[in-house]
Design a protein around this ligand. Structure first.
Ligand code: EPZ
Length: 423
């Protein structure tokens, strides 16, 4: 398993390119199952999760060809041979559940392994199943798989009323509804930019969708969908992550392709912490010039609130703030695993249930630490950038799921960082 060695090296300056959104691409790829015509994605990120989704779609008989070193994904599911998503692939990546809605809608049946939990929580899929039932499907859970079956005439439109906001369940519902007979209304829908991006792609394929980005989405089912070419939206979580590099180290960095609308709630907190963010034609220019960051309180919420996927990274910044900050994690039940690792670097953090109180310190000290999940791993990298001395982050396979070339991107703005290949 590779590790990453980071050495605190003072202020950063320069440009960091931001890739296409992992969490948009992971729902846009299964959308190919809805049509027998080609779907091509551009601006796709080069990540291990994307490769896992590629293997999953290919296991169903879909064609997925990576072009331009993986930035373009040319896909087609005209020759599908299976509607069974096997456990040994699904267990590697929970987003595999997103083939359920498209398979049900196009083929009337699906067998999808239950994904199981992950480091940050139990991650149930009950809302995905309820959404499919609201469209007339029968769900049978046995031997660790969801055996789903649409009515003989296919899925039919219905009202899906989510008791809590779920990004993935909204995506499954939206994709399934495009081919359901009649009208579907999705209430308490997730409003994330990745949902908007999916709706825009589905509309290019011929879907009739309105209301995406609001908490109520309406879909008029159609007989069939065609092909399309779609550019994956910029990754707002990678954007926010790299905005924190100059915030924690000092200096000035422009995150290319970034726009305020993708990270508005996050920028409000950066502003309160004394970090300046300016939208330029190149992207978001972020600078910290004078003195320590100020302590701020953060509560994670569904979009447009503060994203849970930036909580760990924000905690790294607040470990060096002047004062005490309170972070409330309201989305997942176990998303503070980076705290004990940051504590090894001299951070002062007290965790009680879903609340972490961080007492800022002048400077963190480099130490060997361990990545536990995707966003925790990058928060340790950020902490290491600002810490005194060397930090070695182990188990960086977590990092490679969601960040391409993190060491190259940070080295290009002056960070001292290198990957240590495992023997
Ligand atoms: C998506 O996960 C993202 N993943 C996550 O990003 C992100 O943290 C999350 O949305 C919240 O924004 C992808 O898009 C691939 P949810 P998802 O359904 O869809 C509960 C990252 O770091 N819930 O919105 O799985 C669930 O347990 C990853 O890139 C149910 O109870 O998240 C959680 O508490 C991590 N039943 C809450 O809802 C369900 O059926 C929100 O989960 C589904 C979810």
């Amino acid at each position: 398993m590779d590790s990453i060695l980071v050495t605190g090296n003072g202020p950063l300056s320069g440009d960091i390119p931001i890739a296409g959104a992992k969490n948009a691409c992971l729902t846009l790829m299964p959308a190919t199952l809805l049509s027998d015509e080609p779907l091509t994605l551009t601006n796709a990120p080069r990540l291990s999760d994307i490769r896992t989704m590629t293997v999953l779609l290919q296991s169903l008989g879909a064609e997925v060809t990576a072009l331009q070193e993986g930035k373009v994904l040319a896909m087609s599911s005209h020759g599908l041979t299976s509607q069974r998503a096997e456990y040994d692939i699904v267990r590697k990546m929970r987003a595999s559940i997103l083939v359920l809605g498209p398979l049900l809608a196009r083929f009337g049946q699906a067998e999808v392994s239950l994904p199981g939990g992950c480091a940050i929580g139990a991650r149930p899929v009950d809302l995905h199943l309820k959404a499919m039932e609201a469209l007339g499907a029968e769900m049978d859970l046995r031997d660790g798989y969801v055996h789903a079956k649409a009515p003989s005439g296919g899925l039919r439109g219905g009202v899906i009323d989510f008791p809590l906001v779920s990004v993935g369940a909204t995506e499954n519902a939206l994709m399934a509804a495009t081919l359901a007979k009649g009208t579907t209304v999705i209430r308490n829908a997730a409003r994330e930019p990745e949902i908007v991006d999916l709706a825009q792609c589905l509309r290019k394929m011929g879907a009739h969708i309105s209301g995406e980005g609001s908490s109520e989405i309406t879909v008029e089912g159609v007989e069939r969908l065609g092909g399309a070419t779609h550019r994956v939206v910029t990754d707002r979580i990678e954007l926010g992550t790299y905005m924190l590099a100059p915030a924690i180290c000092g200096g000035e960095v422009t995150c290319l392709g970034g726009t305020i609308d993708l990270v508005a709630a996050f920028c409000e907190k950066l502003d309160a912490a004394g970090i300046s963010v300016e939208e330029t034609e190149k992207g978001l220019k972020v600078a910290r010039r004078n003195g320590r960051v100020k302590a701020v309180d953060v509560t994670t919420e569904p979009f447009p609130g503060f994203p849970t996927d930036l909580q760990a990274q924000m905690m790294a910044l607040l470990c060096t703030a002047d004062g005490a900050s309170v972070l409330e994690e309201k989305i997942f039940e176990n998303r503070f695993m980076h705290a004990p690792e940051l504590t090894r670097m001299g951070a002062r953090i007290e965790v009680h249930g879903g609340t972490a109180t961080v007492q800022g310190v002048e400077r963190l000290k480099g130490a060997p630490v361990m990545a536990t999940d995707l966003r925790a791993s990058v928060s340790l990298i950020l902490a290491g950038l600002a810490a005194e001395g060397e930090t070695v982050v182990s188990r960086v396979y977590h990092l490679d799921r969601g960040y391409e070339n993190v060491e190259d991107k940070l080295r290009a703005v002056g960070a001292k960082i290198e990957r240590i290949k495992s023997q």
